[in-house]
Design a protein around this ligand. Structure first.
Ligand SMILES: Nc1ncnc2c1ncn2[C@@H]1O[C@H](COP(=O)(O)OP(=O)(O)OP(=O)(O)O)[C@@H](O)[C@H]1O
Length: 337
């Protein structure tokens, strides 16, 4: 478990002080994939780098698995840091070392015997799917393969935490998906806690359990991805949710509804297997009304199927009210918008 308490970070440049983090409080449960999302300059990199003290916080505490890193002398901090792996947007590989040597590097630093290094690197190459590329140099690899080397290297010392600093931002969408699938696989196989920072809601939606939204150096909203995603409260969160839903034309339809003084547009949210059942259709038909779909998403959030439909009910106010009530009784979320 990672606990950040009252974390403050000030950068001092040319006699001026910039507060990058304002009293951050965050608890990241063990074994979770925890996403931190924010716009450029929000403080994401600073926050993730404070977790392993690559940046030393100006104030506050960083507890990782019960150890207060901020209170440790340098030697002990080095030992504790081996339990925290990190991967980077631009991979940070040693360009003149082979894939094998890059992965072996942290094990050499930890003075492991050569036989153990060979065994461990072989296992890691297999885990990240790079066995055939072990003797290549980074320049001979694709971006996705380079990030796989980064991941294997970060896992070499068998850490309990993996920090991902915009790990997929330099990759195309398909490669991004394959790296996210690998992170999910590692999280499941090794029970590793993963903290990732990103500016893409798609990344959060694909693999994270919980999310925190950072804005101006403060956490403005946090919680389970599914809750934050379906009921975003802070304007910044809403912007990020918009990234993955196409509601651009909805505003116009709602304006027309408002002008006509009718209240027939409802939002219906499905979670889990009910997503694939004809509950909406049957409910509206039973009421003797009909409906048209104005907008809809059927997708998955990590493993959970979900759907959200904006529908216009062709019926009177009583029918709309009854539809909302019945849908709720049948296990869907429904509201007039
Ligand atoms: N070394 C530094 N010296 C001075 N100010 C810094 C330094 N690093 C970051 N900052 C400032 O701290 C704030 C947060 O920066 P940070 O890099 O953490 O944001 P970010 O959310 O990771 O942005 P990006 O997505 O663009 O990397 C910004 O105002 C930035 O200008």
């Amino acid at each position: 478990m990672i606990v950040l308490s009252n974390l403050v970070k000030d950068y001092k440049t040319k006699g001026q002080s910039v507060r990058a983090l304002h009293s951050i409080n965050l608890t990241i449960p063990k074994g979770q994939i925890y996403g931190i999302i924010g716009h450029s300059g929000a403080g994401k990199s600073t926050l993730i780098r404070c977790i392993n003290l690559l940046e030393r916080p100006t104030d506050g505490k960083v507890m990782v698995d019960g150890v207060d890193l901020t209170s440790l002398p340098v030697r002990q901090l080095q030992v504790q840091r081996r339990k925290i792996g990190m991967i980077f947007q631009h991979f940070n590989l040693l360009t003149s070392a082979t894939v094998f040597e890059n992965i072996a590097f942290p094990l050499k630093l930890a003075r492991k015997p050569q036989a153990e290094i060979n065994k461990r690197v072989t296992e890691l190459l297999d885990l990240v799917g790079l066995t055939q590329h072990r003797d290549k140099f980074p320049a001979q690899l694709s971006g996705g393969q380079k990030q796989r080397v980064g991941i294997a290297r970060a896992l070499a010392n068998d850490p309990s935490v993996l920090l991902c600093d915009e790990a997929t931002s330099a990759l195309d969408p398909q490669t991004t998906n394959s790296i996210l699938a690998l992170l999910l696989d590692i999280n499941r196989k090794l029970g590793l806690t993963i903290v990732l920072i990103t500016h893409e809601m798609q990344v959060i939606r694909s693999i994270c359990d919980q999310v925190a939204v950072i804005d101006g150096g403060q956490i403005v909203e946090s919680g389970k991805v599914i809750d934050v995603f379906l009921h975003p409260e802070h304007p910044t969160t809403r912007e990020f949710v918009e990234q993955v839903s196409d509601s651009s034309e909805l505003g116009e339809v709602l304006e027309k509804e408002k002008a006509a003084g009718t209240h027939q547009v409802i939002r219906v949210t499905f979670l889990g297997n009910i997503t694939y059942e004809p509950v909406l259709f049957e409910t509206i038909r039973e009421l003797g009304a009909s409906f048209s779909i104005l907008q809809g998403t059927i997708s998955r959030m990590k493993d959970m199927p979900y759907g959200q439909l904006i529908v216009k009910i062709e019926g009177n106010d009583t029918q709309v009210r009854q539809a909302v009530d019945t849908l709720r009784v049948r296990g869907l979320e429904a509201e007039v918008i």
